[in-house]
Design a binder for this molecule. Structure first.
Ligand code: FPP
Length: 243
């Protein structure tokens, strides 16, 4: 029987996912790695719908990191082609599910046609009030912080800001995730337990969950397990509870 949410559970408002294990999924089946990414893309589509129906408001996925450029050229090309077709298909999915799509990361390094599809998807979905779906593309937490610091320095230089104005809230507003609350729950699939330069600023008080399932096999039941785990955690934000 399909798993169900316990009505007493708190639902994390923002879930972030490091979608790991596509390569191993393919290898176990004797398939090329690219087939693992393709199956991983299908899992992304399904999990956006499931997340929304379970009451999650923000979902962020790590699709391509600033470090992924070091992969073999043919794997990079296959991932970019997958993203190309995904951006086009996603316009329909966003319309159907009222999903708002945002991109975090530096897309200026991507091919011009892919940038154009991304801009089109973001623009067409910007007024939707369903799931806010953030896709991290050519994203690295250190790169995001570097770009935010450059932006702040530029505005100080232009006299739009005073050094005294720089606060934690101001830094957050210069990040790619401005206006999106920090993740409550981070899931990394495939049993690996690293954050790999993902959302370095935003994960300060996030709960971490590391299931063994490989990303292409991740289903709604796994998401429900993650929410169940989240409900066993006591979030203290550096304070004390039950003294
Ligand atoms: C990590 O698995 C996965 C990636 C680097 C790419 C993630 C991309 C997708 C799931 C598909 C496209 C995304 C969207 C938004 C449509 P790995 O290749 O490192 O796996 P391995 O550790 O088993 O080798």
């Amino acid at each position: 029987m399909a798993k169900q949410l316990d009505p007493a559970w708190k639902i994390p408002e923002h879930v972030a996912i490091i979608m790991d294990g596509n390569g191993r999924w393919a290898k176990r089946r004797g398939l090329p790695r690219n087939m693992g990414h393709r199956q991983g893309g299908k899992a992304v589509e399904a999990i956006c719908e499931d997340a929304y129906h379970l009451g999650i408001k923000y979902l962020t996925v790590y699709a391509f990191s600033t470090e992924n450029w070091s992969r073999p050229q043919d794997e990079i090309a296959a991932l970019m082609n997958l993203l190309r077709s995904y951006m086009k298909d996603c316009v329909r999915q966003a319309e159907k599910n009222k999903m708002r799509v945002k991109i975090i990361g530096d897309i200026s390094k991507l091919d011009e046609d892919l940038q154009e599809s991304i801009r089109n998807l973001v623009e067409k979905s910007k007024n939707n009030d369903g799931l806010c779906f953030q896709i991290a593309l050519n994203y690295g937490g250190r790169d995001e912080l570097l770009r935010a610091i450059q932006g702040i320095c530029q505005d100080v230089k232009n006299e739009a800001l005073e050094i005294e104005d720089i606060s934690q809230n101001l830094i957050a507003a210069y990040l790619d995730t401005a206006d999106v609350p920090d993740p409550d729950l981070l899931i990394r699939t495939s049993g690996e337990q690293r954050i790999s330069n993902f959302l370095l600023w935003q994960l300060a008080y996030t709960e971490f969950y590391f299931p063994d399932v490989l990303w292409p096999d991740f289903t709604k039941d796994d998401l429900i397990d993650a929410i169940a785990y989240y409900n066993t955690r006591e979030r203290r934000y550096g304070g004390v509870i039950n003294v």
